[in-house]
Design a protein around this ligand. Structure first.
Ligand code: 5GP
Ligand code: 5GP
Length: 229
């Protein structure tokens, strides 16, 4: 009897189709943005901020998120409502989460709402590569690989309310990390442009920084404020 597996061409076609389906189901993104926020700039807007119960976070950049993105600039979001954030899966990471991924929004909270939002919106879109524990531990580990505040301070850029050129900030991060960052600004309560977030790109398995295939859009103006916190 002639079975399907005796037909090599059909078998190859089926295998190709299968791997294409697996590939498209498992990964609908090309890289990650790893985004860190400057707390002074989150707070220094007309909305203000609130500190978590653990008190005022360190005067340092904090993680905002690890966001799967596509090379064409688009991105998937809220990919799997059947896999909601579950804090018990990252209980071993809690103390590092509180120090490196602090929440500053109001009303004051411990961070679970912020982390849950990031997992539900972004993390679920890379769940075939990083499960919940992997998603958060990868972000924490990336933060330890590049000290943004130290990178800026080594270049004479200090969080003291002074103004710096966008280029000097970008160059300082490139000098320290080896990769060109994207700088995002927001406006302080008087309407001045200030350094809000720094984006670096990470390969699609979350294993290390890469040059960004595409940058977000937006602009800072050429001179930007770096407020204290
Ligand atoms: P905003 O509109 O304030 O720039 O961004 C709001 C939120 O949309 C961000 O915090 C993030 O969750 C998401 N977002 C904005 N831009 C991008 C992007 O280029 N890539 C991805 N993956 N998410 C983005
Ligand atoms: P995204 O902009 O990532 O889509 O949304 C961020 C969400 O997390 C918003 O609902 C925001 O209120 C909340 N959030 C809680 N804490 C923080 C924080 O420290 N920084 C930012 N940017 N958003 C926070």
């Amino acid at each position: 009897m002639k079975t399907q597996s005796n037909n090599p061409l059909l078998l190859i076609k089926l295998l190709t189709l299968h791997s294409l389906l697996v590939l498209s189901a498992s990964q609908d993104f090309d890289f990650f943005y790893f985004v860190q926020q400057w707390p002074g700039s989150f707070c220094d807007t007309k909305h203000g901020c609130c500190y978590p119960g653990t008190g005022k976070p360190a005067s340092d950049f904090g993680i905002h998120g690890l966001w799967p993105n596509r090379n064409d600039g688009s991105y998937p979001s809220n990919c799997d409502s059947s896999n909601p954030f579950d804090a018990s899966k990252i209980s071993d990471l809690m103390s590092q989460m509180k120090s490196d991924w602090p929440t500053l929004s109001c009303p004051s909270s411990e961070g679970l709402t912020f982390w849950g939002h990031e997992w539900d919106k972004h993390g679920t879109c890379s769940e075939t590569v990083l499960d919940q524990h992997g998603y958060f531990s990868t972000a924490l580990s990336l933060k330890t690989q590049i000290n943004l505040l130290q990178a800026l301070e080594s270049a004479g850029i200090h969080p003291n309310g002074s103004e710096y050129s966008l280029r000097s900030i970008r160059d300082a991060v490139k000098e320290a990390s080896g990769y060109t960052p994207w700088i995002e600004c927001n406006t302080d309560s008087s309407g001045n442009s200030q350094l809000y977030q720094i984006y670096l790109c990470v390969d699609s398995s979350g294993s290390g920084f890469v040059e960004c295939p595409v940058f977000p859009t937006g602009s800072c103006g050429s001179s930007i404020e770096f407020p204290s916190f």
